[in-house]
Design a protein around this ligand. Structure first.
Ligand code: SF4
Length: 201
C-alpha cells in the first residue's frame, strides 16, 4: 500500500506542475474556457489511465468511500459519458466536475494545448466555443505559435505515464479506469492487512 500511496503523491505532484503549465498558457494567451462550460466533459471519447485515477481512488479510500463508490460505478448503466460530470443545464452543456481536484491528465489540458499535425508541425487544439468567444486572442495565438508554442498534449501524457508504465498501459473510458483504480487500491489495502496480521502473529 505504501508504494501505491507514494505513486499517488507523485502523480499529484505532476498534476500540480500541469496547472502551472497548461492553465498558465491559457491565461497568458487569453484563451479561457467559458464560465460553467462543460462541453468537453460531454465528449464520448474522454479517456484516462488507471494511474490517472489513482489519486482520486486513494482519496476515496482515505475517506472510507472507496467501496461504495466502486459499487455505484459498477451498478451504473454502461455509457460513454463521464460519471463525474454534474450537468446543471437542460442540454447538459453547463455543468461542473465533481472531482475537479482529482481530474485525470486529459481533463487538465482542456481549453488550449498543442499537438503535432499530419505534417509534424505544432498545431493548436482548442474548442469551437473558445474560438468564438476569444476570436482575437485565438488569432493572436495562431500568429505567435512559433515564438510562443503551446504546451503539448503528449507532454502531459508522458509526464504522468513515466511514473508507472504498467498502470498507464491502456487508455480507457474514465468510469472503467476509475473502477480499476479503486479495485487496485482496495485489493492492496486488503493484502497489506493480511501482511500486518501475519507479522503480528
Ligand atoms: S473527470 Fe471531471 S473534467 Fe474530466 S471529463 Fe469528467 S467531469 Fe469533466
Amino acid at each position: 500500500m505504501q508504494r501505491l500511496r507514494e505513486l499517488s503523491r507523485r502523480v499529484e505532484a505532476v498534476y500540480g506542475e500541469m496547472a502551472d503549465i497548461y492553465a498558465g498558457y491559457q491565461q497568458a494567451r487569453g484563451l479561457h474556457c467559458r464560465s460553467g462550460c462543460g462541453a468537453c466533459c460531454l465528449h464520448p471519447e474522454i479517456e484516462a489511465t488507471v494511474l490517472d485515477m489513482l489519486p482520486l481512488a486513494m482519496h476515496l479510500f482515505d475517506q472510507g468511500t472507496a467501496e461504495s463508490t466502486l459499487a455505484q460505478l459498477e451498478a451504473a448503466p454502461a455509457g460513454n459519458s463521464c460519471p463525474m460530470y454534474q450537468a446543471l443545464s437542460f442540454d447538459g452543456k453547463q455543468g461542473q466536475c465533481r472531482i475537479y481536484q482529482w481530474r485525470p491528465t486529459l481533463c487538465r489540458t482542456f481549453g488550449a494545448a498543442g499537438y503535432r499535425d499530419k505534417h509534424g508541425k505544432t498545431a493548436l487544439s482548442t474548442c469551437k466555443t473558445i474560438k468564438e468567444d476569444r476570436s482575437s486572442a485565438y488569432a493572436d495565438t495562431l500568429i505567435a505559435m512559433e515564438s510562443d508554442p503551446p504546451p503539448m498534449l503528449s507532454h502531459a501524457r508522458q509526464q504522468v505515464d513515466q511514473l508507472d508504465y504498467e498502470l498507464s498501459r491502456s487508455s480507457l473510458p474514465i468510469a472503467e479506469a476509475m473502477q480499476l483504480a479503486l479495485r487496485k487500491v482496495l485489493f492492496q489495502a486488503c493484502y497489506s492487512d493480511v501482511d500486518s496480521d501475519q507479522q503480528i502473529a
